[in-house]
Design a protein around this ligand. Structure first.
Ligand code: SF4
Length: 295
């Protein structure tokens, strides 16, 4: 049985940058707080915890003073920076440049939309760290939509500016755009009300879709390695599953099932932008160690 790891899988540059910043600081001081999981992958978080990383929540930040706190790639709302100044916390800002640029665009869009009594709509998951950071740019006034039902929250008599959380799917974003257009038409406002749709999906994620489609076709079985909390992991796994029904999601090697590999000739291992290469290599080794029947 031939096992291949997808060379295009593994950390995106935003995650590489955040982990590098954490490791540099840990090498120097041996202690660093991180606001939320540094990456949506438990195994990688555990590895960094052993080096001295301590994961804290926003409620903890209020009680911390005179220390260093890492902001992960997802970014943070302005309120986090305000708390840090108040508590003399030195922020090590590892917000991904793509997210920072999007925060800036939304802040500008919000300021402009206030002049025309418009609405900022973000296609994303309510409560997700990145979405909280984006919403914070609008004084928490942005409307968050995750699915077509959520579009009832929008007023179709007022201008709309739509943005997307960076890790959502292209297909999902286009569906939301079409549905907003249809509702504007239904309200008789298609030519009267301004609708601006901004495709702000991260190409590090969306470019992986066509690569994964190709990879999924080339193997009998696909093992997708990702954290249970990873947003892009879920999306990318669904891409694999839609192409190759013999696709399985695992968070760690203990979840492998030998029944998946019976009479199988080729196995492809791939992962999310938050999946470390070392973990895919461990999964590869574990599959090799399973007692398998092949033709
Ligand atoms: S997926 Fe894109 S936006 Fe998100 S951290 Fe990676 S590079 Fe940055």
């Amino acid at each position: 049985m031939k096992i291949t790891i997808d060379s295009n899988s593994g950390f995106c540059f935003g995650v590489v940058y955040a982990i590098q910043m954490a490791e540099d600081e840990l090498a120097e001081s041996g202690k660093l707080y991180c606001l939320g999981d540094i990456v949506h992958n438990n195994m990688e978080v555990e590895r960094l915890k052993k080096q001295g990383l301590e994961i804290i929540q926003h409620s903890d930040l209020e009680n911390l003073h005179n220390c260093k706190v890492l902001i992960r790639a997802h970014g943070e709302p302005p309120s986090t920076y305000e708390t840090a100044i108040k508590n003399n916390i030195h922020l090590i800002d590892a917000s991904c440049p793509v997210v920072l640029k999007l925060q800036h665009r939304i802040r500008e869009g919000y300021e402009n939309s206030m002049e025309e009594d418009g609405q900022i709509v973000i296609y994303g998951l309510e409560g997700h760290a990145e979405v909280n950071g984006l919403k914070g740019q609008t004084n928490n006034n942005a409307i968050i939509v995750m699915n077509v039902e959520d579009l009832n929250k929008i007023d179709y008599n007022k201008p709309i500016k739509l943005y997307s959380q960076t890790t959502k799917s292209t297909k999902g974003f286009l569906r939301i755009v079409k549905e907003i257009e249809a509702r504007l038409e239904l309200a008789g406002n298609k030519d009267k009300i301004k609708f601006e749709s901004n495709d702000t999906l991260c190409r590090q994620v969306s470019n992986r879709e066509p690569q994964l489609i190709k990879f999924s076709k080339e193997h009998d079985v696909i093992i997708f390695v990702g954290g249970k909390k990873s947003s892009n992991g879920k999306i990318l796994y669904e891409v694999c599953k839609s192409i190759n029904p013999n696709s399985y999601f695992v968070s760690d090697p203990t979840e492998l099932n030998s029944n998946w590999f019976v009479n199988v000739n080729t196995v492809g291992i791939c992962g999310a932008t938050s999946t470390p290469m070392w973990l895919m290599e461990v999964v590869e080794q574990e599959i090799g160690n399973l007692n398998l029947v092949t033709t």
